[in-house]
Design a binder for this molecule. Structure first.
Ligand SMILES: Cc1cc2nc3c(=O)[nH]c(=O)nc-3n(C[C@H](O)[C@H](O)[C@H](O)COP(=O)(O)OP(=O)(O)OC[C@H]3O[C@@H](n4cnc5c(N)ncnc54)[C@H](O)[C@@H]3O)c2cc1C
Length: 469
């Protein structure tokens, strides 16, 4: 059922200009067009009626109070790098772009915290923190993403094996509720037993519960050495089978990625670079940090011994900073290269690490049954598998017809193995029915109640995460 929203009339636009100031409000089609999409493949753009770019929390609060009292949908937006259609304003209304709230307010070198506005780019945060001798260790693949977007999606990325995901690095938030109330959660402390933990509830809520306007992040110190071991195998199964043994070593790697030959071929074509050992069928990429090169080399020797037991060939350690950077960059560009290669659907199912091999085996069977190739790679160290079902064997129409049933079969398989629908990209618009179809009905009911108590008129990012219909 389509929610009943107020249309954005010329009178409403005038009111919003009065509230926010003329320079913060954009109504021309050419200005709105850039806010109709994110990085998700194959979604049709949806134009907002109006784009608003506030500069401070008070302005966000004024806008939400107005939108709530007039029942106008508001879609918060960070940098628009999301991969689940989370920023598409599916019911029109206002896109609330946080891009002007992009100040790093403080880096506190005694408490190891950074206090930032949500529009700060992840790359800018990392650079500023490192300039102070500290470290923000998360590495979700797209460094132009905003910190607000990272928090709203609970972004993960390559370093999650050692450092966890975004929620493990957030100490406090300032957020504006749907009716314009400003709340502050947490603070510059690491322990709290003081009531419900709304910081954690808002993380991963994809703009459906509140607009995040300030963030206190936990920082750490950086280890001196960061190296990569690239291990080739002749068989994917052997590569992923070696992962539990690698993780049983006393030291945890920072990242542990797997990839197959087909994505290596695609990335080589895209970048024009030759990847190491590219004649092999599957690869593990292990990232390790340590306080001395000897400690890292010693760890890699242990990993190599394990991988050899599973049939690996000679592993490669890139010798220069440039070679390391190229390898990481190639990994970061997989999605962009795949988008160029063929129409595709991206899934980011997560399963218990011990089930990766079985899950991938079953995915291959499903892919074979539907005659739709699956390109698989991902975060082997945390069980988060990126699957791309590409349209290379049939017409686009036929592929689109078959896709929902194929996706359903893959989600059902992942969940039957103890996994869940999304490990890091979020539910957004794309996976809403799959979440609803695959989680406990009591849990879904509870999520709807929480949404209703935060946002009774359903103005915040409606049509995302859960269907209230
Ligand atoms: C090439 C590429 C690689 C990627 N690799 C990874 C990866 O490894 N790991 C990973 O986790 N993600 C990855 N992503 C996905 C994406 O970068 C993340 O989802 C990121 O967190 C989105 O941030 P953003 O600022 O672009 O948010 P947007 O796309 O603008 O928004 C995402 C969601 O957050 C909400 N939102 C944004 N800001 C706020 C706010 N201030 N308050 C409330 N809600 C808000 C939006 O409403 C939307 O629901 C990748 C994307 C690309 C294009």
């Amino acid at each position: 059922m389509r929610p009943q929203y107020t249309n954005v009339t010329p009178q409403i636009i005038d009111d919003i200009i009065t509230l926010m100031g003329k320079n913060s409000v954009f109504i021309d089609a050419i200005d709105r067009e850039a806010y109709a999409m994110d990085e998700t493949a194959l979604l049709d753009p949806v134009m907002p009626d109006i784009v608003v770019k506030p500069s401070d929390t008070a302005a966000v609060a004024r806008l939400l109070a107005y939108a709530d009292s007039h029942v106008i949908p508001v879609t918060p937006r960070g940098a628009g790098t999301g991969l689940s259609g989370g920023v598409l304003p599916v019911y029109g209304g206002i896109v609330l772009s946080m891009e002007r709230m992009n100040q790093i307010l403080e880096i506190d070198t005694n408490n190891f915290t950074a206090t930032v506005e949500p529009g700060v780019a992840l790359s800018d945060l990392c650079a500023a923190v490192e300039a102070q001798g500290l470290y923000y260790p998360l590495h979700p693949g797209e460094m132009s993403a905003s910190i607000g977007g990272n928090i709203a999606t609970n972004a993960g990325g390559m370093n999650a094996v050692k450092y966890g995901v975004t929620r493990h690095h957030v100490l406090g938030l300032e957020a504006v509720l749907a009716d314009g109330t400003v709340i502050n959660t947490g603070g510059k402390y690491v322990k709290s037993a003081s009531g419900y933990d709304l910081t954690q509830l808002l993380i991963g809520s994809e703009g459906t519960l509140a607009v995040i306007t300030k963030i206190i992040l936990k920082l750490s110190t950086k280890q001196a050495n960061r190296e990569i071991l690239f291990v080739p195998f002749m068989d994917l199964q052997n590569a992923v089978d070696s992962v539990p043994d690698i993780l049983r070593l006393p030291l945890l790697p920072t990242g542990l990625e797997f990839m197959e030959k087909d994505i290596i071929d695609i990335i080589e074509r895209y970048t024009g670079r030759v990847m190491p050992c590219h004649d092999h069928k599957a690869f593990l990429m292990i990232i390790m940090e340590g306080n001395s090169i000897d400690a890292v080399t010693d760890y890699f020797a242990q990993v190599d011994t394990i991988c050899r037991r599973y049939g690996s060939s000679e592993a490669v350690i890139p010798g220069s900073e440039h070679a390391k950077r190229e390898l990481i960059e190639s990994r970061e560009k997989f999605y962009v290269a795949l988008k160029k290669y063929a129409p595709l659907e991206l899934m980011d199912v997560v399963v218990p690490r011990s089930q990766i091999a079985l899950f991938l085996k079953k995915v291959k069977e499903i892919s074979h049954e539907y005659n739709i190739p699956a390109v698989a790679y991902g975060h082997a160290g945390d069980g988060n598998i990126h699957l791309h079902f590409v349209c290379t064997t049939m017409s686009l129409d036929e592929w689109k017809r078959k896709l929902p049933s194929l996706l359903n079969a893959v989600y059902t398989t992942g969940i039957s193995l103890g996994g869940t629908v999304s490990g890091e990209h979020g539910i957004g618009l794309e996976k809403i029915e799959y979440l609803a179809g695959h989680i406990d009905t009591g849990l879904l009911r509870m999520m709807k109640r929480i949404k209703h108590s935060f946002d009774p008129h359903n103005i915040l990012n409606p049509g995302k995460l859960i269907d209230l219909g």
